[in-house]
Design a protein. Structure first.
Length: 380
């Protein structure tokens, strides 16, 4: 049978362990307090039951494993309990642990059957031992009925709670997966659109220019008297294409970085932010690759835009820190914070840009205390 293990409804299993230990110790003390000469046998049965739980049942209860392994465990419990109840009646108090344990290791219908069987053993044993049937009906039977009814009701209620929790967890997982998929699709669509635009620009400028250069050189080879004219035209075309290539590269860089160092561009960005923002630099500033400058500036722009749109903040700070082999950008605000601050298309696109330069993006947001966006990019 396929395992149905899941997160247990008894999340704090350590508390249940303490409870089981207290029940076992109490029953052991009660057995030793009996004057019956069969106390050693009862203590041995209790020890065997405890060992069976520790060796086999404990791990089933800890992970809420409701498979056939639970049936095997409960069969052993029923057998050892039947042996113990033969020696002294106080052994029946171990049911305070065995009844909830049945619902931890079995499905509700099977657990109900196990609880009924366990609670029926004492009355049956007393009847076989010669106890007056009237006394059994007035004593152990009503107690057993109450225990069974209470255990089943509680077990069904807890099962319903667990089912609702499982459904909510599955829904949350599905929603997160959908959000991640949408963000990835949005990122992929943006990348595809940008690639298509660049492909068109390269085709219309550089590719056509290089084709012209090749044709002019071939014409010069075919017509030596006019070679100088053709080569002059090829040189002019090559220069024009070099200018076009430089223009395309410049178009990929933010205008804020045109001839401006990154710290100065970030300072200007903070000064013109809609939310009052300060800027600091830690460490010795040094030139970085253009791709890194672009990623860090775009991350600061997106972060400050999110502060303006979502944070309801009074102020923000932008910090640039230079380390030996990396550079870190940190944007903090004192806004309301959001538990789901790691989502959204803007942050997904930012994360994609950061990952393209082998960097990492971390967003820490706590409701009521603000949000911190930290981008770290290696420089070596």
């Amino acid at each position: 049978m396929v395992s149905e293990a899941r997160v247990p409804w008894h999340q704090s299993f350590a508390l249940w362990e303490v409870y089981f230990a207290v029940v076992a110790a109490s029953v052991g003390a009660a057995i030793l307090a009996q004057a019956d000469a069969r106390r050693p046998e009862a203590v041995a049965a209790l020890a065997a039951l405890t060992a069976w739980y520790l060796a086999y049942g404990r791990r089933l209860a800890a992970v809420d494993d409701r498979t056939m392994r639970g049936v095997v465990f409960q069969a052993g419990v029923l057998l050892l309990y039947a042996v113990g109840i033969v020696f002294v009646d106080v052994f029946s108090f171990v049911l305070f642990a065995l009844c909830p344990l049945a619902f931890m290791t079995l499905s509700v219908p099977r657990a109900a059957v196990a609880v009924v069987a366990l609670n029926a053993l004492l009355p049956v044993r007393q009847l076989i031992g010669g106890v007056d049937p009237g006394d059994v009906l007035r004593g152990p039977v009503p107690v057993a009925v109450v225990v069974v009814v209470f255990s089943v009701i509680v077990g069904i209620w807890l099962e319903g709670v667990q089912r609702q929790s499982d459904e909510r967890a599955a829904l949350i997982t599905q929603l997160r997966a959908s959000q991640a998929e949408v963000a990835q699709l949005s990122h992929d669509a943006g990348v595809a659109a940008e690639r298509q635009r660049l492909a068109g620009d390269i085709h219309d400028t550089i590719a056509q220019g290089l084709s012209s250069v090749i044709m002019l050189i071939q014409a010069a080879e075919a017509d030596p008297p006019s070679a100088g004219k053709h080569l002059d035209l090829a040189l002019e075309t090559a220069r024009d294409n070099l200018a076009e290539a430089r223009a395309l590269v410049a178009a990929l860089s933010p205008t804020a970085l045109d001839g401006t160092p990154l710290p100065a561009a970030l300072r200007r960005l903070a000064e013109h932010s809609a939310v009052p923002a300060s800027f600091t630099v830690d460490g010795a500033a040094r030139p970085l690759a253009t791709s890194i400058d672009v990623v860090l500036l775009r991350a600061a722009q997106e972060s400050l835009t999110n502060v303006r749109k979502h944070a309801d903040a009074r102020s923000a700070t932008v910090a640039l820190s230079y380390q030996d082999d990396s550079v870190t950008l940190t944007v903090r605000d004192d806004g309301n914070g959001r538990a789901d601050a790691g989502g959204g298309y803007g942050l997904a696109a930012m994360r994609g840009r950061v990952e393209q330069v082998d960097g990492t993006l971390r967003v820490d947001s706590v409701p009521g205390t603000g949000t911190t966006v930290r981008v770290e990019v290696p420089t070596t």
